[in-house]
Design a protein around this ligand. Structure first.
Ligand code: PBG
Length: 328
């Protein structure tokens, strides 16, 4: 006689050992990239809109690198809070080989030579108008002029010891220029992780506080970052960056764009990373603080979602918490 129901999908979920055995996706500390903010001076500077995240001095950033290494986190992503007096219309401080970013890279590499360092290539932490590139009189961000400067910026970062340069500016053609310049400069093994599908998002607010560009930003970034309405365009962006020599591509923000991750992963054989951005972090922290959810469970569920969608890894401010929870 036939039994009811014919199929019991709950059978494999009944015991913890079985759930572990049937897990289709794994998350490990090796999947995490930890974004860190660096600032002048010696003091730790908490960022109000990113509770639990601080800006660190060049010296203290080395401590964070040791912490990351002990937790099994393979890579750090660096962002500078450039002093106001060094910000200019053309963002020229980005090209100073002794700027905060370059000193932070060297500080980390001195302390933990084996950890990966990813650097953001864009002018927004260095410009007096808060845009990622050069602006013309009408406020339009100039493409080719910006791409040329960003290429120099990527070289300066590579010279200081960056392992991965990550252009986050969304100018056309910059990956190809950077690859050519890195090869010519002898940096054949410096990787390019392209912020390929980066959206003009409302989730970047706390980051702009952290790098001090929120109050400075004139207008918005919609003439270079993508429209949240689009996904075919994301595939074209990814195709272009791969053709120009990107080693890996990023989708950003993260959770609201999981569909983009899946489409990119289905269309291309390339490592895809997600950036769970500052506003997403703040949202989880706010939910936990309001008693709407349990912080640790929220963090781990969202990170697993990126792996399930096909990501090779995730940039997340929760990286040290997640690594600890993973039992590193
Ligand atoms: C800037 C840059 C931004 C982020 C990373 N690089 C902000 C922006 O484009 O305005 C956002 C990251 C975050 O919100 O955590 N080129």
């Amino acid at each position: 006689m036939s039994h009811y129901p014919a199929l019991r999908l709950r059978r494999t979920r009944a015991a913890a050992w079985s759930r572990r055995m049937h897990a289709e996706t794994v998350l490990t500390p090796a999947d995490l990239i930890w974004p860190l903010f660096v600032t002048e001076g010696d003091a730790e500077e908490p960022i109000a809109s990113l509770p639990g995240v601080s800006r660190w001095s060049v010296k203290a950033i080395a401590e964070r690198a040791r912490e990351a290494a002990a937790l099994g986190i393979p890579c750090l992503a660096l962002f500078p809070n450039t002093p106001a007096g060094l910000r200019s219309d053309d963002g020229r401080e980005a090209l100073n080989p002794d700027n905060l970013m370059c000193r932070a890279i060297r500080s980390i590499k001195d302390a933990v030579p084996g950890i990966g360092v990813l650097t953001d290539v864009a002018l927004d932490p260095y410009t007096s108008h808060g845009h990622d590139g050069l602006v013309d009189a009408a406020g339009y961000v100039l493409n080719d002029e910006t791409a040329a400067i960003l290429t120099e910026q990527a070289l300066v970062q590579a010279e200081a010891g960056a392992d991965i340069v990550a252009p986050s500016d969304m100018m056309d053609g910059r990956v190809g220029l950077m690859r050519t310049a890195l090869e010519a400069g002898g940096h054949t093994n410096v990787q390019i992780m392209a912020y390929a599908a980066k959206y003009a998002s409302a989730f970047y607010g706390p980051f702009r506080d952290a790098v001090g560009s929120r109050g400075l930003l004139k207008g918005d970034k919609k003439t270079y970052q993508m429209d949240p309405a689009n996904s075919e365009e994301a595939l074209r962006e990814v195709a272009l960056d791969i053709a120009e020599g990107a080693d890996s591509v990023m989708v950003k923000p993260g959770l609201p764009y999981l569909d983009i991750i899946v489409r990119v992963k289905n269309a291309f054989e390339v490592p895809v990373f997600a950036y769970q951005v500052s506003g997403e972090y703040a949202m989880i922290e706010a939910a936990a603080a309001a008693g709407a959810g349990e912080r640790e469970a929220l963090v781990m569920e969202t990170l697993m979602a990126f792996k399930r969608a096909g990501c090779s890894g995730v940039l997340t401010y929760h990286a040290p918490l997640a690594a600890r929870l993973l039992g590193a």
